[in-house]
Design a protein around this ligand. Structure first.
Ligand code: PTJ
Length: 237
């Protein structure tokens, strides 16, 4: 945060995430793995996929997000909610250090606006989010997913809160901690890259996001009920 990579509010967002991670058992569950497979299939089939990067993403998974971007041939675009002076440059440096060669969203003079959106996130790169058919939005605030859906984009979210607005609006919601989700997405990309187009389509067709979110909520309840510690036993006896 002191180096401007993460916004002050990013620390609060991180705490919100940790709370959900705790009740998810701090591991990638079956529902998250199913969402990851469908998400990678969608990204591999996309014409112009893009990965949106904010401060929290840059600080938590810099190397992995760059690797995923290469594997999927999906560029990285820095897109910030809090556009404090110096932040874009700080994040650009982190990504470049991690090996990124082409980063979108850094040339202010080129940016265009998404009029359906009022926050700073409305400023997008014409060659990136503006033109994309599939957008990966990790750790997102609510407004943008809704706006991007309205202008016809497919949205893949990574969000530990299963009932956030982003989670509910996204086409595919990966309910997992980004520090586990991105490495799992890298593994899945290597595996699914071997599949034919028709098999990737099947993977997306059989995936149902609403059911998957419900499955996650059930897993949370099951996880909490299975706690062996005494105070928990008292609650469920
Ligand atoms: O860097 P900026 O300026 O673009 O700002 C980024 C933040 C994250 C501050 C901004 O987008 C924000 O305020 O987001 P929200 O509304 O707090 O939403 C972030 C969501 O990510 C919440 O639902 C959190 O539960 C979730 N989250 C937090 N940490 C993680 C996470 N999801 C996955 N992995 C995490 N480590």
């Amino acid at each position: 945060m002191k180096n401007l990579i993460v916004a002050e509010a990013g620390l609060i967002a991180h705490g919100r995430g940790e709370c959900f991670d705790y009740i998810l058992g701090e591991k990638t569950n079956k529902a998250a793995k199913a969402a990851i497979k469908a998400a990678i299939a969608m990204l591999l089939l996309a014409h112009s996929p893009i990965i949106s990067v904010n401060g929290n993403v840059a600080v938590l998974v810099p190397n992995q997000i760059v690797q995923l971007s290469y594997l999927l041939n999906a560029p990285l675009e820095i897109n910030l909610f809090y556009r404090k002076e110096g932040r874009i440059d700080a994040i650009r440096k982190v990504l470049e250090k991690a090996g990124a060669r082409q980063i979108l969203g850094i040339d202010e003079s080129k940016m265009v606006e998404i009029k359906e959106l009022s926050s700073n996130r409305r400023k997008v790169d014409p060659e990136g989010i503006k033109n994309a058919d599939v957008v990966l939005v990790p750790l997102e605030d609510g407004d943008r997913t809704e706006a991007l859906k309205r202008i016809g984009k497919k949205i893949i979210a990574i969000d530990l809160n299963p009932i956030s607005r982003t989670s509910l609006w996204a086409d595919i919601t990966i309910i997992d901690n980004i520090v586990r989700a991105i490495p799992e997405m890298i593994r899945a990309t290597k595996e699914l890259k071997q599949l034919e187009k028709k098999d990737l389509i099947k993977l997306i067709e059989k995936y149902n996001n609403t059911k998957n979110i419900k499955r996650t909520l059930d897993l949370i309840t099951k996880y909490i009920k299975n706690q062996k510690r005494k105070p928990f036993k008292k609650i469920y006896s």
